[in-house]
Design a protein around this ligand. Structure first.
Ligand code: MV4
Length: 451
């Protein structure tokens, strides 16, 4: 087992990882930027090292500074959390070359899954359903038009190095396809240094269903059920739940088996997520695999009773999986709301500033993962996630009631947050019925405008 882990992240996930380490008897090193000097992870960790100025490129993404901190503190593992360096294969390689375990999958697996064309190709060869489209990078407009004849419109153009909705374009005719191809290539080259793009059939109003995977270094792989992350805005998830109202036991078994097969094909170890789109007819398709712990992992923890961060650390340390697939049962219902420092009534504009009044929810079935405290100053340099409010209930209806009650208790002043928006969503009959698709939030916000 590790004796000391460096947490290469900030905010709530840094706190989450430090807590898991403490329960495992592992010492912790926090890194922080100059903007996070007085942050909660810095206070909770055994040691803390400043790695640079506020801008992420100079601190949380600064590989030389982070590796130097790890060497000075003499850690044997680095936990990258999510975002920042969590899916950076180069960083994982540098950690390993310094004899420090990168707590995640192999650099090779991360590189493979980071290329959405290569990932899709691997899944197709492994018998996992994929969305019809180009099987390789589209180089010319003739390539694109030929594929369009085969799969018909609507079509989506995606960047091979994209993912999570970045660098995507939907088109309904040849003219738009040709221009989307050009813009996507240029944008992808500029943002990712890889201009490869591919096209596929655009599915209208699908649900986003992702399976949690847990795998040890010896090829044992299990899934921990699904999360429904359909409620998003501009590819930022707002609400996640497990199980999904759209998945029954039979579909779960089928999708779960394919998710495990996908992870096997990728030679996967550590925790990971296999993302599917599920359409109205119950057909589903692999879209991508996320090679990190995800923001929404707590909903899976609440319905399985498994501590995913602890498991991730244990398998990284070389322990073999103690659980078998048949040992796992989903019990009850869990829902997570992302509480962001944003103003939903002003286009979700960031709302940095100091928290002067804080009243946190509690009681039966309530879990709050957060790094905020009364007097905390929200820096403007990072993503706006302040807290994850997670609830568990016996049924979906029960969980919704707990969430409504918890949202009523929650006070964060004077900054703007997504709390009022969540209160509205949780009293929407459409949400109660679970009849949601990826267009839900846009429609919901439009309704509000019309009233
Ligand atoms: C799609 C799609 C429709 N058809 N691909 C968005 C996140 C990224 N992982 C993939 N995404 C999508 N890919 C095809 N072929 C629709 C989306 C999508 C979406 C998916 C899940 C939840 C919300 C979404 C919002 C917009 C688009």
């Amino acid at each position: 087992m590790f004796s000391k882990i460096l947490v290469a992240n900030r905010g709530e996930i840094a706190v989450r990882i430090i807590r898991a380490c403490k329960e495992l008897g592992i010492r912790t090193v926090a890194i922080y930027s100059e903007a996070d000097r007085n942050s909660l992870p810095v206070r909770l960790a055994d040691e803390a090292i400043c790695v640079g100025p506020p801008r992420p490129e100079q601190s949380y993404l600064n590989i030389p500074h982070i590796v130097s901190a790890a060497e000075i503190a003499d850690v044997d593992g680095i936990h990258p959390g999510y975002g920042f360096l969590s899916q950076n294969a180069h960083f994982a390689e540098i950690c390993e070359s310094c004899n420090i375990t990168f707590i995640g999958p192999s650099a090779q697996t991360m590189r493979l899954m980071g290329d959405k064309i290569a990932a899709k190709d691997l899944m197709r060869k492994s018998g996992i359903p994929i969305i019809p489209g180009s099987m390789a990078a589209i180089k010319t407009k003739e390539d694109a038009l030929k594929t369009a004849r085969r799969i018909r419109y609507p079509i989506i153009v995606k960047a091979a190095a994209g993912g999570g909705g970045r660098g995507m374009r939907v088109c309904h005719n040849d003219v738009r396809l040709v221009s989307a191809l050009m813009t996507c290539q240029v944008e992808a080259e500029a943002s990712f240094g890889n201009g490869d793009v591919f096209v596929e059939k655009y599915l209208e109003e699908p649900r986003h269903i992702e399976f949690q995977i847990l795998a040890d270094r010896y090829g044992r792989i299990i899934h921990l059920g699904e999360r429904d992350c359909t409620i998003q805005r501009r590819h930022q998830k707002l609400i996640e739940e497990s199980p999904s109202p759209a998945v029954d036991a039979k579909l779960r078994r089928k999708m779960g088996e394919l998710a495990v097969r996908a992870a096997k094909a990728a030679n996967y170890h550590s925790v990971g997520t296999v993302e599917f789109l599920l359409d109205k007819d119950g057909a589903f398709y692999f879209i991508e695999m996320n090679t990190r712990i995800q923001v929404e992992h707590p909903v899976t923890e609440m319905v399985t009773g498994v501590d995913l961060i602890k498991e991730q650390i244990c398998v990284a340390a070389g322990e073999s999986l103690s659980m078998k697939q048949d040992d796992l049962h989903l019990e009850g219902w869990a829902i997570e709301c992302r509480i962001n420092a944003e103003d939903p009534s002003n286009g979700f504009a960031p709302s940095p500033g100091r928290i002067l009044e804080l009243q946190v929810p509690g009681g039966r079935g309530v879990r709050l993962d957060t790094h905020i405290f009364s007097g905390y100053e929200i820096p403007a340099f990072y993503d706006s996630l302040l807290a994850k409010l997670i609830v568990a209930g016996k049924t979906r209806q029960d969980a919704i009631r707990v969430m409504q009650r918890a949202l009523e208790e929650f006070v964060i002043e004077p900054i703007h947050t997504t709390i009022p928006l969540h209160r509205q969503i949780f009293s929407d009959p459409t949400f109660w019925r679970g009849q949601i698709s990826t267009n839900y939030i846009d429609r919901f916000l439009q309704q509000g405008e019309a009233e």
